[in-house]
Ligand binder design. Sequence first.
Ligand SMILES: [Zn+2]
Length: 474
Amino acid sequence: MRMTRVLFAVASLWSSSFLTAQNHSDPPLLIKAANIIDVDAGTVRRADVLVANGWITEIAAHISTPTSAKQINARGKFLIPGLWDMHVHLAGLSADPAWSRDLLLPLLVANGLTGVRDMGGNLEVLQQWRKGITEKQIPGPEIVAAGPMLDGEFDDPNVLKTTNPQEARERVAELKSRGAAFVKILSGLDRDTYFAAVAGAKENALTLVGHVPPLVGLDEASNAGQKSIEHILYSGIAVACSANAEELRRKWDAAMRSGAIREIGSVENAAIADYSPSRADALWKTLVRNKTWVTPTLHSTYSSAHLAELVKEDPGMAYVPKSVAAKWTSEKLQFSLAPDKLEWWGRELRNQLKLVKEMHAAGVHILAGTDSLDPHNVPGASLPHELELLTETGLTPRDALRTATLGPAEFFERTDIGNLNVGSKADIVLLDANPLEDIGNVRRIQAVILAGELLTRSQLDTMLIRVKTQAAAK
Ligand SMILES: [Zn+2]
């Protein structure tokens, strides 16, 4: 009951044209005198931008105002392409679709996110949202969704239990028929099952992404065509870089099956102690040669390392239902707040930053992803922090921005997103300050243009207030 009202209230924020799907008589939008960031070149140029019917139709030094056009003065402001979070879970795991559509989708948009790669959740729900967003019935980012993930014994409604090669092929074919955009795998597949899933994905023309199971080498996964590797920790990147990788992989397998962070931590410590620069170098070369992307999900590690501070203060908590935030307290997270665990996560974070620095220097393609929703990992707010963590590893602000814009475009092999060109989808964020000087400036949002629709700062604020109000009531 309440949900219907919320949806209506949020939807009513859009201009009336937004609610009439495929209406090609929308008035054009002219953005005057903007500083346009070219993410590819790392340059800024002053120009006018004309948006019509959801697309950028003209960029020029001076565009005269079409009679019907809405106009915004962007003098002194900076335009960037809409951001993508390449690792989220919006409808499953910690996010319950009963509330996550109405809270998380507007939250993402208000934070400049115009696209997400959903890495595991309820496929039919996500497809429904995607349709509603495309038809402009609900506000939200473009969603590219895996649906259920393939794993061994992990018991979750959004996991397809996959324990042998035949099951792997059947699951992949099932995902294809259900319209999954790609295949996401978790850590619990054995070698033969993993390679059968890879073969099945190829036969069905689906890309395969996810964790690299412990019994599969990272170089093998890359050579087999896995397109992106998720998480430094859970894909065993440090293990793969150790002089003892073969022996440690067997221990890694047992530790990952135990699910106990102390066991996982002790194998990871051994891997870090046995770090081999030549192994690492060979691995980076393989990833570069195969164009295998890596999504480090640094914010996720950060939130584990900084849990003691986050349970005391996390502005993100106001945007999830009160009943969910109630599980993010020191009392409820006591288990994860053991001093040795916090200290271990801190060391792990430092090693992850070091590995990302090396990968980037070697030319490995990096994607920005947060793994939200998780405790103290809230969609929207966590992505700018992921970009800041990437700059801490040594990426320039331009390179960090790339991981959430052009990187995703290249990953999806699309030219209509990722940079602001004539012919690009009109997903644009208007910033008060230059993100090439400080990547944190991606938070200073003056307006978001979502598929051609202008959302002003005051409209975004209204959306955020509504999200908070609804969160407090659930
Ligand atoms: Zn994930």
